[in-house]
Design a protein around this ligand. Structure first.
Ligand code: COA
Length: 363
């Protein structure tokens, strides 16, 4: 066994062949086209592989994202394409690759790492916990388009700069370049829908599907709420299928309007998260509280425990999983019985903090 290690440049083809044969056997497209910014030569330094007899037998990849939020800028490491050859499973190889990705994320000063999985217990052993929010709205019934002046277009042939302009108005978003948008527009089965006003200006966009994932899920959207609601209803009319719209917790207007028309609402998690540079993250959080005039905020690590609270009103957390759920949800400060009403009031000014990863950035 050799590794975990990052592949050499010339090994990229071997990595991609390994991933295609293990994760995309029946597919018409290479896995690289689904994750163009993660599984690329420019991100090879963030891949981790384990080899045996010169053959790759396990892989995982890290993609770092710089996420702007109203509270702080977070650096988040997304981990994906975790896979071990079926003949070499249960030997600890994926655990090793994930540990290597975490090490890479630490070196690159990520605050947290995130991954999307249904194997919760496997990742809990490594300190990941379900955290953050993801609200899904299921659109089943036909709803008429309200704004008759809007023109809707189905198709990915849209200027990436126009999408970027709408996207960057989100209060929470990962920084992207126009080139990133260009790459995302080429992802197979990723269908872009746009709404245009009378002046031919783009006013909203929404993306459904992404390779093998998120079919009939709108995982990425931007624009004004009324235009978005019309756009979602247009997509539903076009597809004639149940459509699910994924939204962050902080999109209050959209929640109200989608909630009123959706057949079903589901509150889930953003993903499985793990804190990896606790001190750095706690410094960012304290800075944000102080900027709000809440100078006596306490968030410290002491002897492996987290001490937090306000002024002399201090509490201890033994479990890191609780901390991540307090910081990013869904643990509600008001539900913490042991805390005083005053500390609850102060801490809930900024907690839980909004964190969201738009669909094209997920890996
Ligand atoms: C999920 C997957 C990545 C795990 O890979 P793996 O290399 O077998 O993972 P590990 O060996 O590190 O851990 C697997 C299990 O073996 C156990 N294990 C680890 N080292 C061990 C050892 N030396 N001896 C015995 N068991 C061991 C782990 O505790 C873990 O137990 P669990 O399944 O009860 O949680 C693999 O099954 C896979 O490739 N599946 C298909 C793709 C997939 O689903 N990927 C996940 C996307 S998020």
């Amino acid at each position: 066994m050799q590794g975990p290690r990052t592949p050499e440049s010339h090994e990229l083809k071997q990595v991609v062949d390994f991933l295609n044969s293990n994760l995309r056997q029946d597919n018409k497209w290479p896995i690289t086209s689904e994750y163009p910014t993660a599984l690329s030569q420019s991100n090879i330094h963030n891949m981790s592989i384990i080899c045996e007899d010169e053959k790759i037998i396990a892989h995982a990849v890290l993609k770092t994202l710089v996420i702007k939020t109203p509270i702080a800028i977070f650096k988040v490491g997304a981990i994906g394409s975790v896979v071990t050859d079926p003949d070499h499973r249960h030997l600890g190889y994926s655990t090793k690759n994930i540990e290597k990705c975490i090490e890479l994320a630490k070196e690159q000063e990520c605050d947290v790492v995130v991954l999307w999985t249904d194997q919760f217990d496997f990742y809990r052993k490594m300190g990941f916990e379900l955290a953050g929010y993801d609200y899904s709205y299921v659109i089943e019934n036909e709803t008429p388009i309200k704004n008759k002046d809007l023109r809707f277009v189905t198709g990915n042939n849209v200027d990436p700069a126009a999408l970027q302009k709408l996207y960057s108005q989100h209060t929470v978003h990962a920084l992207r370049t126009n080139e990133d948008f260009k790459q995302f527009l080429k992802i197979p089965n990723s269908n872009l829908y746009t709404a245009w006003d009378k002046q031919n200006q783009i006013v909203a966009y929404a993306v459904e599907g992404k390779g093998l994932d998120l079919i009939n899920y709108v995982h990425e959207w931007a624009g004004q709420t009324p235009a978005l609601i019309d756009l979602f209803n247009y997509i539903h009319q076009q597809k004639k299928q149940t459509l699910t719209v994924m939204t962050p917790a902080h999109s209050k207007n959209l929640h109200q309007q989608l909630g009123a028309q959706a057949a079903m609402t589901h509150q889930g998690y953003l993903g499985m998260l793990k804190l990896i540079n606790k001190t750095q993250l706690l410094v960012k959080i304290k800075k944000a509280f102080r900027a709000e005039g809440l100078d006596l905020i306490v968030f410290e690590e002491q002897n492996g425990k987290i001490v937090f609270g306000y002024g002399m009103d201090l509490y201890t957390l033994d479990n890191e999983a609780d901390l991540i759920q307090i910081l990013f949800g869904p643990l509600d400060i008001h539900a913490l019985d042991f805390m005083s009403a005053e500390a609850k009031e102060k801490l809930s000014k900024l907690l839980p903090m909004p964190l969201w990863i738009w669909g094209w950035d997920s890996i």
